[in-house]
Design a protein around this ligand. Structure first.
Ligand SMILES: [Ca+2]
Length: 397
């Protein structure tokens, strides 16, 4: 299959963003921590006891650089292990312990990955028990692999492809991997690319493209959970968990509620964040019938369309691609408890909003070339910049 990367679409592709914004010089990185003051005053202690309820404002935070890598785009932690495992888009999985980057990569796929703007090594997750490692990456032909390694004593061995997916275009590969509270592996796929979803993949249940999958990766090659929403639907892929997505570059699970937060990168006009209540599979997030809450094309849906809980306009203030983060469940930042963090790749702003009132977002700070967020065992959060820095989000002094 030929991979044709179409340029000049003028879309909200992450790829377009990467190109458009790569000329920005990472001047902040050389200076002390890229601290940005929050637009809102610090919450008073009285405001912060429960977190996320009406009337509260976000606290002040700072972004402290603690490591520097080559195009970091994803982060994961492993049970019983303090190391942060960070993906370099260029193909290496790096181990960072106490801010020190191990010289030897955990896995090196740099000779095998493709190098397009939305391609490369894109996602990482560890099996809940910590014994297996999973990476999502695109090969030299642009096709997606989810690959497993056995992991022991800091070493990855026994490589095995869990699944592969042909990609019709170079963009919209999704790439996020995460284990849910149910112990299953969730895998994000974009709509296959180009612009406007020309193949109609988002609404087609007979392809993984434009979906989030849910599988048990410990099988030959994997197992489909019996309670997946479309296992009994004729013509539907049984691995599908959610559909109607354009490019769910990042999704996360709220470690307290189990709800899934999905950042779906928009087409011409709107960026969106969708929320899926814990365990509620089979939802249709609308693409390409709708772009966020707005009609994108004519046609009927096969089910109810679920509108996003957050949308914001593209091309306004430099916006280009939504980056979904986490609901903060850490202990160190009083007042951030229960707030969902997200940002925009090009504009660089980071906002937080009460998980129960996501429309009440407030500015939290700024990270240039924001590519992803990370979460450690304690629920503390990190922001990754494609320019190289990985920042720990901390209480402002
Ligand atoms: Ca949508």
């Amino acid at each position: 299959m030929t991979i044709s990367y179409r340029t000049g679409l003028g879309l909200a592709l992450l790829s377009a963003a990467l190109v458009a914004c790569s000329s920005g010089t990472p001047t902040e990185a050389a200076s002390p921590p890229a601290v940005t003051s929050a637009a809102t005053p610090a919450a008073t202690p009285a405001d912060t006891a429960s977190g996320g309820s009406a009337g509260e404002t976000a606290p002040r935070v700072r972004f402290t650089e603690f490591a520097r890598l080559e195009k970091p785009v994803a982060m994961a932690v492993r049970k019983g292990d303090r190391t942060l495992y960070i993906v370099e888009q260029t193909g290496r999985l790096r181990a960072v312990t106490d801010g020190k980057v191990a010289q030897e990569p955990v896995v090196d796929l740099s000779a095998e990955v493709s190098g397009g703007n939305e391609q490369g090594l894109l996602g990482v997750a560890f099996h809940p028990g910590g014994d297996f490692l999973y990476l999502d990456w695109t090969d030299r032909d642009g096709h997606t692999h989810v690959t497993e390694w056995a992991f022991k004593d800091g070493k990855a061995t026994g490589r095995r492809d869990v699944l592969t997916q042909e990609q019709p275009y170079a963009n919209h590969n999704g790439g996020q991997l995460a284990f849910g509270p149910d112990g299953y592996l969730y895998i994000a796929f974009g709509d296959g690319g180009s612009g406007g979803d020309p193949q109609g993949n988002g609404q087609n249940l007979n392809t993984w493209l434009g979906k989030i999958l849910r599988i048990d990766p410990r099988g030959t090659p994997y197992k489909v959970p019996g309670d997946n929403p479309f296992v009994a639907t004729n013509g539907a892929k049984p691995e599908i968990w959610a559909y109607g997505l354009r490019n769910p570059w990042r999704f996360t699970f709220d470690s307290e509620t189990g709800n899934m937060w999905i950042g779906d990168v928009g087409q011409n006009a709107w960026e969106e964040v969708d929320v899926q209540p814990r365990g509620k599979g089979g939802q249709n997030y609308g693409w390409n019938i709708k772009e966020a809450t707005h009609r994108f094309r004519d046609g009927d849906a096969t089910g109810d369309l679920v509108d996003p809980v957050i949308e914001y306009p593209l091309h306004e203030g430099g916006n280009c691609s939504v980056i979904a983060g986490y609901v903060y469940r850490g202990k160190k930042i009083t007042g951030l408890e229960g707030r969902f963090l997200y940002g925009d790749f090009c504009a660089g702003w980071i906002r937080s909003a009460p998980a129960g009132e996501p429309e009440r977002a407030e500015n939290l700070g700024e990270v240039k070339q924001l590519s992803s967020f990370g979460q450690d065992h304690d629920g503390e959060l990190y922001a990754l910049s494609l320019d190289g820095p990985v920042y720990r989000i901390e209480v402002a002094p």
